[in-house]
Design a protein around this ligand. Structure first.
Ligand code: SAM
Length: 348
């Protein structure tokens, strides 16, 4: 493992607002990225398979509370067509993401995973929310390779406020669930939103320590983007005083860069949220400040705009071909090759 960054050093970077000094952080993160995971950018085809959600997360535009949102669920055939397209584009991985949709029955998902693996051989990443250990075990047994579940913030009080419990259950302990996911043999991904009202820089320093403690294989970091149809977007919440983390591109990039230094071998995407708050340069900034993965959107165009977790989501108007082309243009401009094969976690 790489030597741990001192907490004081992490906090100093999280509090740094000097563009000249930040150049040094970007450079350190980029060099560490090149040394530890190489120049290739792994492309994971993202398919948003359902926007149904039983949860009431106060930040998320597809939460059950958004009653006016038209809901969809892709059929097995539609998802298989996306998988074939991912294969044709030369991607090594397909990511199936959804709201927490109880109709995505565990056996149906297991059969889908088996069909995708059998037909395309792609690595399969699932991101279907908080699911029961026996379902997670079944999907793993049918060949699912990776599972993504962001813990969003390690501040348990803040998490409970933005992620109200469901069906009279206690607030899910996502950190314990991530340990279960890891024990089942998945490559395990998690991450946070940056700049949630009430989130301090000190709590982000703890998030970074937790990334390392959980030995995450994938770390997704994006700025929080207020959605006017959500409770948090509409009503806001008290900021955490002077130590409140801003929901800016710069702050999200600082966290990406520190995640690379803390967890040098992890796969770190340059997220859609970064590309949303800076449509011209967000994706490239992520890739030159520690990230080594992108997730071009393969969701069929008629459904994309309905997976509106925040407003103005990058790519929500285009086609899979548009997403693919724009991703290759970004990589060409940076002189970075697209990765071949599944692009799993490297270990030193
Ligand atoms: N239901 C699954 C889950 O909760 O893990 C996967 C889908 S969820 C929409 C995917 C991610 O979107 C969340 O982990 C969260 O970090 C991000 N997200 C949701 N609302 C957001 C917002 N307003 N701003 C930024 N990211 C947001």
């Amino acid at each position: 493992m790489a030597p741990e960054l001192a907490r004081g050093e992490i906090l100093a970077w999280l509090r740094c607002d000097d563009p000249k000094r930040l150049e040094r952080l970007w450079e350190m993160a980029d060099q560490e990225r090149a040394r530890r995971v190489g120049d290739c950018v792994h492309l994971r085809g993202l398919v948003e398979i359902s926007n149904h959600c039983a949860r009431l997360c106060t930040y998320c535009g597809i939460s059950a509370a958004h009653a006016a949102l038209k809901r969809y669920r892709l059929s097995r055939d539609e998802i298989m067509a996306c998988a074939r397209r991912a294969f044709a584009f030369g991607y090594g991985t397909i990511v199936l993401q959804a709201g927490e949709d109880p109709e995505l029955d565990s056996q149906w998902v297991a059969d889908l995973v088996g069909d995708i693996k059998g037909t395309t051989g792609l690595a399969v990443t699932l991101s279907l929310g908080e699911r029961a250990p026996d379902e997670l075990a079944l999907w793993r047994a049918r060949g699912a390779d990776r599972y993504l579940l962001r813990f969003e913030t390690s501040d348990r009080g803040l998490f409970a406020r933005i992620h109200p419990p469901h069906n009279d259950q206690a607030v899910c302990d996502r950190i314990a669930l991530l340990r279960t996911i890891k024990a089942l043999g998945y490559e395990t991904g998690s991450g946070i939103m940056v700049g949630i009202p009430g989130q301090t820089r000190a709590s982000i320093a703890r998030d970074l320590a937790l990334f390392r403690e959980l030995d995450l294989d994938m770390i997704g970091i994006g700025p929080y983007i207020a959605h006017p149809a959500t409770r948090l977007g509409r009503e806001g919440a008290p900021a955490a005083g002077a130590d409140q983390a801003p929901a800016t591109e710069q702050m999200a990039c600082i966290v990406v860069a520190l995640a690379r230094l803390a967890c040098p071998e992890a796969n770190i995407p340059s997220t859609t949220a970064l590309a949303t708050i800076n449509s011209a340069h967000g994706r490239a900034h992520g890739l030159t400040r520690g990230a080594n993965v992108c997730m071009p959107n393969l969701t069929p165009p008629s459904y994309r705009c309905l997976y509106e977790i925040y407003p103005g989501k990058a790519g929500s108007q285009g086609t899979p071909e548009d997403s693919h082309r724009s991703m290759l243009e970004t990589l060409a401009a940076l002189g970075r090759p697209a990765g071949q094969g599944p692009g799993g976690r490297r270990r030193a």
